[in-house]
Design a protein around this ligand. Structure first.
Ligand code: FAD
Length: 475
C-alpha cells in the first residue's frame, strides 16, 4: 500500500527542506526524501550547502582566519605566541562537528513540523490520478503518492574534460573540504567564489596557491571597482593568479598533478602542484530522478525547465534551487522553496531576483546586491555613485581591518538605490541593510538619514549613501 501525501519534496538541501517545512506550516501532509549519507551511512539532510558547501567552507574559513590572525596580526595587539601550529585533523574534525549539528538540526525541524523524512533516493514511477507515484530506494525503501511534488535535487561539481575527480589529488568541493594536511603547492582552476574561498583557506595555512582562470579578467560578475580592490588584496596576501589561460591537460599519474596550459601571452606552461581543486561551475542534478517516466522537461544544460513561479511542464510538479535556472545560491533556493509552498496553498509566494545578495567569504569579504556600475553603463542608465573607504571608519581601524570600501549606485533622477557593492570586513553582514533598503525601494538619501550606531562598520554604509550626494562627514 503506497503512502499518501499532499506534498512530496525530493531533495533535502536548503531548497527542499525549507519548502517541506513551509508546506507543513501551511497545513499540508508533507514528506521529504533525501539520499545524502553521513560517514556512517546515516541520514545527513541539508544537501550540498550543509554537507560540502556553505557551512563546511565557512567553518574552514573561520579556522584558517584565526590561524592567519595569530600568525600575522596578533603582534599588532601586543600578543605574542611561540611555536604556532595548525592541527589540520582537528580543524577538519571541528568542521565535521559543525556539519553534523546542522544535519541534526534539520532532522529535529522535520520532527517539530511533522514532516515525514525518508532517507533514500526518490524517483518518479508514474503519473497517477490526481498526482504522482514516487519510489524511494535505499534505507527507507517505500512507495509514495503525492498530489504535489517539489523537486530540489541540487547540483554537482563540473569536472574538467579528461580529468575526472579522484578526490585525492583532483578535487571537487567535496575533496577540497577534506584535505588532510597542508599541501605545499595547491592549484585551483577557476577563480569564482568556491576557488577563491578554498584557495584562501589553504593559502592562510601555508600552501603556495596558484589560481588559473580562463576568463581574461577577475570576477566579471562583481562591480569592477570591487574586483580591482579585491584582486589587489588577494595578490598582496600571496595568492597567485593567471588569467586568460587555456588548459591543455591535467596529469595526475605521478606524485602530484601536472597542469599544462597556454597562458595569456600564448606561452605553453606546466604547473606542478600537490593537489588541484577544480572549481569551474556546477551542473544541475537529476541523476536517478527518472524524469522520463513522467515526461519532465529538462533544458540542454540538464536543468529542470520552470517558469517564473517554479512550475515545471507537468501539472502539480515544481522545481527550485540549483536544479533550475538562476543563481546557484542557498538563499535563492530557500526563497523559491518558501514561495512554491505558498503557491501550492493558493497564496502569492514571491522571489525578487533583483535583490538577491551575493557574498564571497574571503578576507576581505565581498558582497553586493543589485546592478554593477558596468551594467548600468551598458544599459545606459543615468546614475550617481558614492563611495566610502573603511580606512576612514573608526571601528575598522579599531579592528585593524581597513581594506576596501562601500559603494552606492543610485538613480540620477529619483535617487533610488540601484546597487550596493562592498569589499571589506563583514561585508556579508553589512549587505543585509542594502538588501532591505532595495527591497523597500529606498533612496540613497533614506539611508543617509538613518541613525547608525557608532562606532560600527555600518557607518561606512551611511557615509557611502551620503557620498552619493557628495556630503560625506568623515572623509
Ligand atoms: P542541494 O543543496 O544540492 O541539495 C540537493 C539535495 O538533494 C542533496 O542532499 C542531494 O543528495 C539530494 N538529492 C538529489 N537527488 C535526489 C534524489 N533523486 N532523491 C533523494 N535525494 C536527492 N551558497 C550560498 O548561498 N552561500 C555560500 O556561502 C555558499 N557556499 C558554497 C560553497 C561551496 C564549496 C559550494 C559547493 C556551494 C556553495 N554554495 C553557497 C551554493 C549552495 O550550496 C547551493 O546553492 C545550495 O546548496 C543549493 O540548494 P539546493 O537545495 O538547490 O540543492
Amino acid at each position: 500500500m503506497s503512502k499518501q501525501f499532499d506534498v512530496v519534496v525530493i531533495g533535502g538541501g536548503p531548497g527542499g527542506y525549507i519548502a517541506a517545512i513551509r508546506a507543513a506550516q501551511l497545513g499540508f501532509k508533507v514528506a521529504c526524501i533525501d539520499e545524502w549519507k553521513n560517514d556512517k551511512g546515516g541520514p545527513a539532510p541539508g544537501g550540498t550547502c550543509t554537507n560540502v558547501g556553505c557551512i563546511p567552507s565557512k567553518a574552514l574559513l573561520q579556522s584558517s582566519e584565526h590561524f592567519e590572525q595569530a600568525a600575522h596580526h596578533f603582534g599588532d595587539h601586543g600578543i605574542s605566541l611561540d611555536n604556532l601550529q595548525i592541527d589540520v585533523a582537528k580543524m577538519v574534525g571541528r568542521k565535521n562537528t559543525v556539519v553534523k549539528q546542522n544535519n541534526d538540526g534539520i532532522l529535529y525541524l522535520f520532527k517539530k513540523n511533522k514532516v515525514t523524512f525518508f532517507h533514500g533516493r526518490g524517483s518518479f514511477a508514474k503519473a497517477v490520478e490526481g498526482g504522482y507515484e514516487i519510489n524511494v530506494a535505499g534505507a527507507a525503501a517505500d512507495t509514495l503518492v503525492a498530489k504535489q511534488v517539489i523537486l530540489a535535487t541540487g547540483s554537482n561539481a563540473r569536472a574538467l574534460p579528461g580529468a575526472p575527480f579522484d578526490e585525492e589529488k583532483i578535487l571537487s568541493n567535496d575533496g577540497a573540504l577534506r584535505i588532510g594536511a597542508v599541501p605545499a603547492k595547491l592549484g585551483v582552476i577557476g577563480s569564482g567564489v568556491i576557488g577563491l574561498e578554498m584557495g584562501s583557506v589553504w593559502r592562510r595555512l601555508g600552501s603556495e596557491v596558484t589560481i588559473l582562470e580562463a576568463m581574461p579578467g577577475f570576477l566579471a560578475a562583481a562591480d569592477e571597482g570591487v574586483a580591482k580592490e579585491a584582486l589587489k588584496a588577494f595578490t598582496k596576501q600571496g595568492l597567485k593568479f593567471e588569467f586568460g589561460v587555456k588548459i591543455a591537460s591535467v596529469d595526475a599519474a605521478g606524485d602530484g598533478v601536472a597542469i599544462a596550459y597556454t597562458n595569456a601571452k600564448g606561452e605553453e606552461v606546466t604547473l606542478a602542484v600537490d593537489k588541484l581543486i577544480v572549481s569551474i561551475g556546477r551542473v544541475p542534478n537529476t541523476i536517478g530522478l527518472n524524469p522520463e517516466a513522467v515526461g519532465l522537461k529538462l533544458d540542454e544544460r540538464g536543468a529542470i525547465v520552470v517558469d517564473d513561479e517554479c512550475k515545471t511542464n507537468l501539472p502539480g510538479v515544481w522545481a527550485v534551487g540549483d536544479v533550475v535556472r538562476g543563481p546557484m545560491l542557498a538563499h535563492k533556493a530557500e526563497e523559491e522553496g518558501v514561495a512554491v509552498a505558498e503557491r501550492i496553498a493558493g497564496q502569492h509566494g514571491h522571489v525578487n531576483f533583483a535583490t538577491i545578495p551575493w557574498v564571497i567569504y574571503t578576507s576581505p569579504e565581498i558582497a553586493w546586491v543589485g546592478r554593477t556600475e558596468q551594467q548600468l553603463k551598458a544599459e545606459g542608465v543615468a546614475y550617481k555613485a558614492g563611495q566610502f573607504p573603511f580606512m576612514a571608519n573608526g571601528r575598522a581601524r579599531a579592528l585593524g581591518d581597513t581594506t576596501g570600501f562601500v559603494k552606492f549606485l543610485a538613480c540620477a533622477k529619483t535617487d533610488e538605490i540601484l546597487g550596493v557593492h562592498i569589499v571589506g570586513p563583514f561585508a556579508s553582514e553589512l549587505i543585509a541593510e542594502a538588501v532591505l533598503a532595495m527591497e523597500f525601494k529606498a533612496s540613497a538619501e533614506d539611508i543617509a538619514r538613518v541613525c547608525h550606531a557608532h562606532p560600527s562598520l555600518s557607518e561606512a554604509t551611511k557615509e557611502a549613501a551620503l557620498a552619493v550626494d557628495k556630503r560625506t562627514l568623515n572623509f
